[in-house]
Design a protein around this ligand. Structure first.
Ligand SMILES: [Zn+2]
Length: 118
């Protein structure tokens, strides 16, 4: 019984963890560091096991698979949608030559090699 309750809590925790990732992408619109392959493989694995859960008639297994497959699919859509978007920090300085953003610790522009002007 206790294990049953803990298992349902675990499903909610697992699902919510993906929604935190979705929210982060939604706010920053930056997907450069998120692996599309990783998420596609997760979706394939979770998606396939959903059918295994139906086959086995396990409600908790089925709900777990659905609750994790859906957010992973949303992440995949976000990664594709925001592929060309970049996170902009208006406080950052810009390169005097090519106007790309320069992070605080950079002495040279990574795009054109121009030395940072003080
Ligand atoms: Zn530059």
């Amino acid at each position: 019984m206790l294990l049953n309750i803990l298992s349902w809590i675990a499903i909610v925790v697992l699902s919510v963890s993906y929604w935190f990732q979705i929210w982060k992408i939604h706010v920053h619109k930056e997907v450069r560091d998120i692996s599309l392959t990783y998420n596609i493989l997760l979706a394939l694995g979770f998606g396939t096991l959903t059918f295994t859960a139906i086959e086995e008639g396990s409600l908790i297994f089925l709900v777990k698979q659905i609750m994790t497959t859906i957010p992973v699919i949303i992440i995949i859509i976000q990664v594709i949608y925001h592929k060309n978007d970049k996170w902009h920090d208006p406080a950052l300085a810009r390169c005097s030559k090519c106007k790309e953003e320069l992070e605080r610790r950079w002495s040279f522009c990574p795009s054109c090699g121009e030395k940072r002007s003080k």
